[in-house]
Design a protein around this ligand. Structure first.
Ligand code: MG
Length: 389
């Protein structure tokens, strides 16, 4: 296909000032003839959002915080951009403003409703909001099928699996192998883990990410969330999903087929590769990322996750197997505990204790609706306040 015949893709970004959002704009910057940004949004970082509006000239921008939205209206008076706010604003940019694909680069359960509305409006999704599939995978995948919407994974592991599945629709999967760096503490003992600081937990060895997900990587909760996502995204059973530590973060995940062939996707740890693939699928195009140098790398290591110490993964698998509303409880309890740890109010291993505590107190709803799931977050948060009392 010649460059001239490529159709312009209109992109709306939910969460454009965060780590995934800014890297998405890096990709867009490289391909001004392919992509047009029609909507941007942030929670409250209007300084950066204003710069992005001036550079990319979207039709609409949403700021979750009402007061910050008002400030931004004043600051962008000279521009032809509509500024909206609150949850309505997020829904407006994912379902009302024109777009072919919505990048859901927002962290937390706040991303679920705007993603749902984007699917209802028939927009393809470049999915980076984990909570959407973790808590509502059963509803989201059905809705996407019904609306003919593509869910294109942005997370490096799911992008790797998605890439390894291309062109093999008739082949049966034996297992999915999700790789994990293991985070900064992967060799520590349980005693050492008691003493780790927030600063140490925020220093990830191979990936540059936002603070919430960096802590989730250190606890292995992030890997647990990824296992849950993979179950829905690729329609496999929990037992078909294996996790292996790959400390160099070079193999981003693998698909093992029935004949024993294993297809891996490799590359440098640069999120712009999977982000770009979600936007240019099914084509691989030149990327701003560095090439992978195998001669400098020399070796790849593998190890089994230490589930007895890093309980984020086994707790997630337990929640996934229990099913229904339990994954949403796992997720909400972790959100609460992750934030308390970052505030210095919990020790690192207590994150696991809070999740266990919350899961043990929950009465499972077998088929939770979107409303049930949203209501659960508040219920779980209130329940978590009883932890340690
Ligand atoms: Mg990941």
């Amino acid at each position: 296909m010649s460059e001239a015949s490529v159709e312009m893709k209109r992109i709306s970004i939910l969460g454009s000032t965060g780590s995934i959002g800014t890297q998405t704009l890096d990709v867009v910057r490289k391909y001004p003839d392919r992509f047009r940004v029609t909507a941007l949004s942030c929670a409250g970082n209007i300084g950066l959002l204003e710069q992005q509006i001036r550079e990319f000239r979207p039709l609409t921008a949403a700021v979750y915080d009402e007061k910050a939205a008002n400030d931004l209206r004043v600051r962008t008076k000279d521009l032809d951009v509509r500024i909206c706010s609150g949850m309505e604003g997020l829904i407006e940019i994912t379902s009302q403003t024109e777009a072919d694909i919505v990048v859901t680069a927002i962290v937390g359960m706040i991303g679920i409703v705007p993603t749902w509305e984007a699917i209802m409006a028939g927009r393809d999704i470049a999915l980076a909001n984990k909570e959407t599939l973790v808590t509502a995978g059963h509803l989201i995948m059905d809705a996407a099928r019904e609306k003919g919407v593509r869910i294109l994974p942005v997370d490096s592991e799911h992008s790797a699996i998605f890439q390894a599945l291309q062109g093999r629709a008739d082949s049966k999967i034996r297992n999915l192998w999700i790789t994990a760096s293991g985070g900064p503490f992967r060799n520590m003992s349980a005693e050492e883990l008691e003493k780790v600081t927030v600063k140490e937990a925020l220093a990830h060895p191979t990936w540059q990410m936002g603070p919430k997900i960096t802590i989730d990587s250190a606890t292995m909760v992030n890997k647990g969330l990824e296992v849950m996502e993979a179950r829905w995204l690729f329609d496999v059973t929990p037992d078909q999903i294996k996790v292996v530590i790959q400390p160099q973060s070079v193999i981003h995940s693998m698909v093992e087929y029935e004949d024993g062939s294993v297809i891996a996707q490799m590359g440098v740890s640069d999120m712009r590769i999977p982000i770009q693939y979600a936007l240019t699928y099914p084509t691989h195009l030149p990327s701003p990322a560095k090439p992978l140098d195998f001669t400098a790398l020399q070796k790849l290591d593998f190890a089994t996750p230490r589930n007895e110490i890093f309980k984020g993964l086994p707790l997630a698998i337990e929640a996934l197997k229990k099913g229904g509303s339990m994954p949403a409880v796992f997720n909400a309890a972790n959100e609460w505990a992750n934030a308390r740890f970052r505030e210095g109010l919990l020790r690192f291993p207590e994150i696991y204790d809070v999740i266990s505590f919350s899961m043990s107190r929950h009465q499972i709803l077998a088929h939770p609706s979107l409303q049930d799931i949203l209501a659960l977050q508040g219920e779980v948060e209130r329940d978590c306040e009883h932890y340690g009392r």
